[in-house]
Design a protein around this ligand. Structure first.
Ligand code: GLN
Length: 203
């Protein structure tokens, strides 16, 4: 199995590291590669879109001619896993909590709608124990300027919820081979969410 990590900006190597550990723990032959050019998409069994800044990731991907091939590959069935900014990239629709709807290039493979920076600014970052469907026990969610998943349509399904003020918002969603998390499982050293996705996409 060969998994790519989109390597334009953000927490790229954290995912490479987590993938290598997950393969080891699963006892699978697996390779994790960094994707920086369209030709790096060839032969992948899945792609991770990391956290960082979704506007930057989208704009850079478009500028270097990677956005369209990536979008096509994912729409044609390349499984994708997006964390935080990566979840924003996978969403069909994104708006910002403060500045509202601002057009930004997205991959848009999941029928979910997100609100960027939902929980506030960098200094409002937090950690909380979550329940995630498919993961046994609690999972430590690390939230850094994270989006909330406020709508899931069609066969997209929210698999983790968080109470924020008076609202209950989605913080992880699954749709076929795609997975999106508002939080950063790559920063916890806990490979269970990576393994959940890998097991889900294994052919
Ligand atoms: N706020 C960022 C965005 O909307 C995501 C932050 C993150 O990935 N930690 O793109």
């Amino acid at each position: 199995m060969k998994i790519g990590v989109l390597g334009l900006q953000g927490g790229v190597y954290e995912h490479v590291y987590m993938l290598r550990r997950a393969f080891q723990e699963l006892g699978w032959q697996g390779e994790a590669v960094v994707v920086k050019k369209p030709q790096h998409l060839h032969g992948l069994d899945g792609i991770i879109v990391p956290g960082g800044e979704s506007t930057t990731i989208g704009i850079v991907a478009r500028r270097i001619g990677l956005l369209e091939p990536l979008r096509d590959a994912v729409k044609e069935g390349l499984p994708a896993f997006g964390t935080c900014a990566g979840a924003v990239m996978l969403a069909a629709k994104a708006r910002d909590r403060v500045v509202g709807e601002k057009s930004q290039p997205l991959i848009g493979a999941m029928s979910i709608e997100v609100i960027r920076n939902y929980f506030g600014r960098q200094r409002e970052s937090f950690e909380v124990d979550l329940e995630v469907e498919g993961v046994e026990g609690r999972f430590r969610g690390v939230f850094i300027r994270s989006p909330a998943i406020v709508k899931a349509e069609g066969d997209a399904k929210i698999i983790s919820w968080l109470k924020s003020g008076d609202s209950l918002v989605g913080v992880a969603a699954i749709q076929g081979p795609h997975l999106a998390t508002s939080f950063h499982p790559e920063l916890t050293g806990d490979t269970r969410i990576h393994k959940l996705w890998l097991q889900n996409i294994k052919r």
